[in-house]
Each structure stands twice: as structure tokens, then as C-alpha cells.
Design a binder for this molecule. Structure first.
Ligand code: R5P
Length: 294
């Protein structure tokens, strides 16, 4: 028996995870002081295994502070084993010093979560899974919801080709292609590290009379997806679909991807969004049950 703790950042997903686990949900009290500092409070005494579900999508910095404060509050309220589930983990893309003088942001974040009091850490489709091994000493797990995203498209695509927008994302395309009985490939992407501008290099692909499904971890501005879709249309592709785990959808991203010719984009509910049609509640709940039975 566990108790699932929800914050407002992930209330819907926490409730779904609790339903799968047949456990109770306790909602954290939250407020902001007039000077902008945040306050959280656990409304009851706790014991045993406690599962906190809290995503760190924008505004990520205040959600990160809430996460760290809530971890400390839960330990103080009696949590014996605290399993911290962060469905979307912010700052994961800054996983090395790309340029001299930069921080390794993901390292700072993961070490802070451990120091605050997490006993077990679970996340969903972290940008580079190796980051967890590099920075955490506590048990940890990365849940990959590619099968659930691929299932959404089962029987909806005509002779599908699954594409990763860059080589680093190829593992997602491979898994989705296996499930859909499709071919898979990747595009060559270049991002300007100063301006953030994305270019997708031309590639010859056999896309005539076929539907293309682009699969990625994050859609933020939608620039990557839009450039990828344009490169497919340029070689004769007609119907392009997209799936992603974390739909941050900032700066008019949805308009950008639809204008680039994407028919439909589907995401999971790690970040609540208008296209979050696939839930990670089942795979996360299964991972928790497995972890806790060890
Ligand atoms: C980058 O490596 C990620 O996997 C995503 O492709 C990227 O973060 C998407 O960002 P945007 O939507 O702003 O192009």
C-alpha cells in the first residue's frame, strides 16, 4: 500500500496513477507569499511508502522549488520511503558543458532532488537516460512511453515510415516501428547553439504513397518538428503525423507545426496540453509496483 501525493502541477496524472494502484491521493497545500516565495504543506501525518508526482514544465523554476520544498515536507511528515516521480524533468537537455563556462544543469537538478530527501527517483523519457546513472546514487528508473504513443497510431497509418528528427532519437523510432510493423529512419538535424535555430538537412526518403510518423521526446517551440515535416514534404511526402512524450508547446508551437503540414500531433500527459491524448499512468504505475516489489 502506498499513498500518492499530488501537487497542482500534476494533479490529473497523479489521480490516474493512484487509480491504477488503487491508492489514496493526498493534495499538497500550496501558496505564494506576497514577495513571491512559495509555501507548501502536507495536510496530514504520513507513514510507509509515499509516491510524489510532480512535473517541472514551465514555469519550471518555480515548479522545481516547489518540488524540493515538497520533498523535504514529506520527509518531515513521516514518509519512510519517498518515491519521487517527475514525469517531465526540466533542464535535462543541458547535460554537458556544450560551451566553456556553462553549467551541467541536469546534474545540479538531480543532485538537489537527492539531497532534498528522495529515496527513489522515477522520470519519463529523460532526454539522455545516462544522465540518471551519472548523477544519482539512489535507485532510479526512466519510463519510456513509446509503445503507448505507437499504439495510438495503430491502424491509422498507410504503409508507415517512422522517423526520428535526429540520430539521438533513433531508439524511439525503432521501438515505434517495431510495434507498427513499419520501416524507420532518422533525419540529420543541426541546431545553432547561440540562436537556437534548427535546420534539418535534405535526405532522400521513399515517402510516396506512405504516411510518415515523426517521433521525438520534446516539442518545445515546434521548430524541430516543423523543419522535419517540411523536409518530408520536399521529397514528396503527403501525410505527416507527429508523436512526442513531452508537449511543452511554447511560443505558438501548435500553429507552427500545423502550418508546416503536420496532420495530427499526439503527446502523453507528462505535461498537460491540448494534444495529451496518451496517458503514462499505466506504465508509471507498473514501474512503481516493480520497483517496490524488489
Ligand atoms: C532536442 O534534442 C530535443 O530532442 C527536441 O527535438 C527539441 O527540444 C525540440 O525543441 P523545439 O520544439 O523547440 O524545436
Amino acid at each position: 500500500m502506498m499513498t500518492v501525493i499530488a501537487t497542482y502541477s500534476s494533479l490529473g496524472l497523479a489521480a490516474k496513477i493512484a487509480k491504477v494502484l488503487a491508492d489514496d491521493v493526498v493534495l499538497i497545500e500550496e501558496k505564494v507569499f506576497p514577495d513571491g516565495e512559495r509555501y507548501v504543506r502536507v495536510p496530514q501525518r504520513l507513514s510507509g511508502d509515499i509516491v510524489l508526482v510532480h512535473s517541472t514544465h514551465p514555469p519550471q523554476d518555480s515548479r522545481i522549488i516547489e518540488l524540493l520544498l515538497t520533498i523535504d515536507a514529506l520527509k518531515g511528515a513521516g514518509a519512510e520511503r519517498l518515491i519521487v516521480v517527475v514525469p517531465y524533468l526540466a533542464y535535462a537537455r543541458q547535460d554537458k558543458r556544450f560551451m566553456e563556462g556553462e553549467p551541467i544543469s541536469i546534474g545540479v537538478l538531480l543532485r538537489s532532488i537527492e539531497v532534498a530527501g528522495a529515496d527513489v527517483f522515477v522520470t519519463v523519457d529523460i532526454h539522455r537516460p545516462g544522465s540518471l546513472d551519472e548523477w544519482l546514487r539512489i535507485p532510479h528508473l526512466n519510463v519510456l512511453p513509446v509503445a503507448q504513443l505507437a499504439e495510438y497510431f495503430r491502424d491509422r497509418l498507410r504503409e508507415p515510415l517512422v522517423l526520428a528528427p535526429d540520430k539521438g532519437a533513433l531508439h524511439r523510432a525503432r521501438i515505434a516501428a517495431q510495434i507498427l510493423g513499419a520501416d524507420y529512419d532518422y533525419l540529420e538535424k543541426r541546431r545553432d547553439r547561440i540562436t537556437g535555430e534548427v535546420k534539418v538537412l535534405p535526405k532522400s526518403l521513399n515517402v510516396k504513397e506512405r504516411d510518415v510518423l515523426i517521433i521525438d521526446d520534446i516539442v518545445s517551440t515546434g521548430g524541430t518538428l516543423a523543419r522535419a515535416a517540411e523536409s518530408i514534404v520536399a521529397v514528396g511526402g503527403s501525410r505527416v503525423y507527429a508523436a512526442c512524450t513531452h508537449a511543452l508547446l511554447v511560443s505558438g508551437a501548435l500553429d507552427r507545426v500545423y502550418q508546416a503540414g503536420i496532420e495530427e500531433i499526439v503527446a502523453t500527459d507528462t505535461v498537460p496540453s491540448p494534444v495529451s491524448r496518451v496517458s503514462v499512468a499505466e506504465p508509471v504505475a507498473r514501474a512503481l509496483m516493480e520497483l517496490l516489489s524488489q
